[in-house]
Design a protein around this ligand. Sequence first.
Ligand code: PLP
Length: 443
Amino acid sequence: MNHGELASANKKHTLASWVAQDQWKPLTMTKAEGVYFWNADGEKFIDWSSQLMNVNIGHGNKYVNEAIKAEVDKISFAYPGIGTEARAELGKKLNEITPDHIVKSFFTNGGADAVENAIKMARLVTGRSKIMTRYRSYHGGTFGAMTAGGDPRRLANEPGIPGIVRMQDPYAYQSPIYRGKTQEEGDQVLIDQIEDTILFEGPNNIAAILLEGYSGSSGIMQGSEVYWNSIQGLCNKYGILLIIDEVMSGFGRTGKWFGFQHYPNLKPDIIVMAKGLTSGYVPLGAVSVSDKISTYFDTNPLWGGLTYSAHHLGCATAVANIEVYQNDNLIEHAAKMGQVLKSKLKELAANHPCVGDIRGEGLHFVIELVENQETRKQLSPFNSPPTEPMQRVAKHLIENGLSTFVRWSWIFCNPPLTITESEIQEGIEIIDGALTEADKFVK
Ligand SMILES: Cc1ncc(COP(=O)(O)O)c(C=O)c1O
């Protein structure tokens, strides 16, 4: 089948997520290798978003492929309560790569159910019900996780689950909280508001604060050390657990194993993972917990689990993935390539009046486009269908062989961690062309 036929065959009897089906114009994929994939017409694309920011080790890694093949020949399925070598080994590996106080992991199918289980655990352990989260955050597409995320993807599915209390974000570039202030000054005002919210909601009712370790698809707005140290301080002061969602920012994405490690004083009670845990080769998520939480579940049942939790093949895939990060020094490589990406993005910003802000770390960046750098008015408003300039940007990128997410006024830049300097340059040149299109709409 050529591209058109394959796209139609997919549309005929399958439903795509997050889109009205008439609007769904599927890309196709028949081959993928490293940072590239090819469609059914043999056209090549640079994967500038690692699919859904998850194929961290790149496409077609032979070591992981062989590990999967070897494992499936040994065991095809073992229910979650059965001990297997892969499950034991993965638990040990996660213990090694997380901070010392994180001792055990519960394995899930993916990110959303890992978040759901983290919420469940926090409620069970503390006996409190409320979970504080950010408006500009995404934690998954199942009911609990979707309510926890403030991202507007939740709106059509509201009211969702009870007990979620949302906070404003450290969005220094646009939030009125930051007007006329430095990032740090604004962060302090935001923290004061968050403490007020805790007091209004009743500290004894708040089980956890749930934050992405490094903000992701809601726009990569991260806050300074003032923000993060104060969040830890509030958790300590009011006995609130800190749940860090590393589904997107984990496994080298930001140049460290986990995004929260950019802030040395953070001590999460629960770390949620998925995506880069297996780089998507087989689905798996994990909830890694502190000694304190682990001890609670020594004598209290963990009320959760699915038929496919801790899928044996997923665990074996994750073990092989972690070996790739370690043996190929991928985390260090991501940090190094992140510097290259950052400097090239800064050059683009200097040359294009449509670029308002560049945010991120490692291989995890977003470019925010504006129609005017003074007013900071975005080229496409929040939660609205794409305006003409952003449509042109998206069209230019894909027609020139770069696949990524263009959302509202943002272009996401999150390639596989294996990317080289020349591959970064290739992507930057395509983005340069797209920004030239957007410059025509600057006022
Ligand atoms: C930060 C974060 N948490 C959770 C999820 C949900 O993960 P999954 O799609 O594997 O359920 C995502 C997915 O994009 C995410 O970015």
